[in-house]
Design a protein around this ligand. Structure first.
Ligand SMILES: NC(=O)c1ccc[n+]([C@@H]2O[C@H](COP(=O)([O-])OP(=O)(O)OC[C@H]3O[C@@H](n4cnc5c(N)ncnc54)[C@H](OP(=O)(O)O)[C@@H]3O)[C@@H](O)[C@H]2O)c1
Length: 420
């Protein structure tokens, strides 16, 4: 069997394993002291302090202990020296607020950026955020492939993206080769959710290209960033999707969300109550032409009863991939699914996968951006959180707090509106 939907002509090894080290550059302590002092005097609205020595003034949302974002996040002012060697100075364009970012701040996420004093903080601290689009505003003399004006994203998670400016080594960045026709939202959200959806669909099922349009994916959390990406990629690759969303307050609102997903290319959309109802088996039978079209992959970011119900619809020998746990309920599986249907239950974590497969990650990002340029991959709904030079830290932290609350109309997105 051949895998469907190979967008790139050149195959790249799934197993390539270039380890990348994460290093944050220390800023110049004297300059930090000078600049922080200077910042206490009022500046014209929207203006940023730039020192006569060419230091860039920056602000970063940092935390030095774990807890709820509104309790532990604070805005830290610091200065960034002119870049030298292979360093690149960046200005934030847009950075999303993903559930994992909040889990990381709460201290319940497996990867934890180290607490350091490199930004001149009194206590060792980490910069929050894992994803984002940045514009290059200056480069060191040794930088080879990145120039002022380029747009870049982080090569790995954990580099800290909720900051107005940053300075990083060229090797820690992925340059967007052709940013024409792309927005900061599209570039700033490409490396986590779409890559997760793409790899789960490609790497956990040997799709039968002879049966294009006759095989299915079932997924919960279908209106999440990952879910929306999965719908669009599956549509592009000739795979049908059965999508589960939670009911809204009114039938009209529920229908509106179902329609949104249908417009993206969802084949069928059902609610969580429908999924858990007695009638669901019959519905699946009908959707899949009396079971002639197998459901070969389940994508689970909810857990609990929802995950069990997804598993029950799978054809023998299929995979259920768990990549999130939004309900905080464990995945419980009837033994019969393992014994008689030989189902496989896997997990996927894009951070770990990306660290092991940096080149394939870059290729995957480029494929998604290519689809985006072609109008085949739509923007996720986003709620902009404007970050001006004078925006208060508590305002930014309050925007972060709602990320896990659910029933949101869009993903939070920091948009920096200050100057260079
Ligand atoms: N393993 C990985 O590599 C990886 C990568 C990316 C994301 N993820 C995980 O995937 C999940 C989705 O992330 P995202 O960035 O795509 O999310 P998102 O766009 O922020 O959307 C969150 C989703 O979670 C749903 N949700 C929230 N609370 C829920 C609950 N108690 N029960 C059921 N559904 C609930 C929301 O549904 P409503 O609209 O109904 O509230 C929404 O669909 C998260 O768990 C995230 O950590 C994992």
């Amino acid at each position: 069997m051949l895998s469907r939907g190979v967008l790139r002509a050149t195959a790249v090894s799934f197993r390539s394993n270039t380890a990348l080290s994460l290093k944050t550059r220390a800023s110049f302590p004297l300059a930090i002291g000078q600049c922080q002092k200077s910042l206490s005097s009022p500046l014209p609205e929207g203006r940023r302090y730039v020192s006569v020595y060419g230091y860039t003034q920056a602000k970063a949302l940092i935390y030095s202990r774990y807890g709820e974002p509104q309790d532990v996040l604070r805005l830290h002012n610091h200065s960034i020296s002119p870049p030298h060697g292979t360093e690149v100075t960046l200005r934030l364009l847009a950075a999303p607020l993903n559930p994992a970012d909040v889990n990381q701040i709460q201290g319940v996420y497996p990867s934890k950026p180290p607490f350091q004093t490199t930004l001149g903080t009194e206590e060792p601290s980490a910069v929050a955020g894992n994803e984002g689009a940045f514009e290059v505003i200056a480069t060191g003399a040794g930088v080879k492939n990145i120039a002022k004006g380029d747009w870049v994203i982080m090569k790995q998670t954990g580099q800290g993206t909720w900051r107005t400016h940053a300075q990083m080594d060229e090797s820690k960045l992925i340059k967007i080769e052709n940013k024409e026709g792309l927005s900061p939202l599209q570039i700033g959200t490409v490396s986590v959710n779409p890559v997760t959806a793409y790899r789960m669909i490609k790497d956990f099922c040997d799709w039968d290209w002879m049966r294009a349009g006759e095989e299915w994916i079932i997924q919960n959390g279908a209106n999440s960033g990952v879910g929306r990406a999965a719908i669009q990629l599956a549509r592009e690759w000739g795979i049908k999707t059965l999508n589960v969303v939670r009911e809204r307050k009114t039938p009209e609102e529920t229908e509106a969300i179902k329609n949104e997903l249908r417009e993206l290319g969802a084949t069928e959309v059902v609610t969580e109550s429908e999924l858990l109802s007695r009638e669901f088996k019959g519905m699946v039978h009908q959707f899949t032409r009396q079971g002639k079209e197998p459901i070969r992959l389940a994508l689970n970011c909810v857990g609990g009863k929802s995950a069990t119900a997804l598993a029950k619809t799978l054809a023998p020998g299929s995979h259920l991939v768990t990549y999130g746990a939004m309900s905080k309920q464990p995945v419980a599986l009837p033994s019969g699914l393992l014994i008689f249907k030989n189902l496989s239950f896997d997990g996927f974590w894009v951070s770990k996968w990306g660290d092991k497969n940096p080149q394939l990650k870059e290729n995957t990002i480029n494929d998604v951006l290519q689809l985006t340029r072609a109008g085949k991959f739509k923007d996720i709904p986003a709620e902009d959180i404007k970050w001006k030079w004078d925006t208060d830290g508590s305002e930014l932290a309050a925007g972060v707090q709602g990320t896990l609350s659910g029933y949101r109309s869009g993903k939070g997105l920091f948009k920096f509106e200050g100057g260079d």
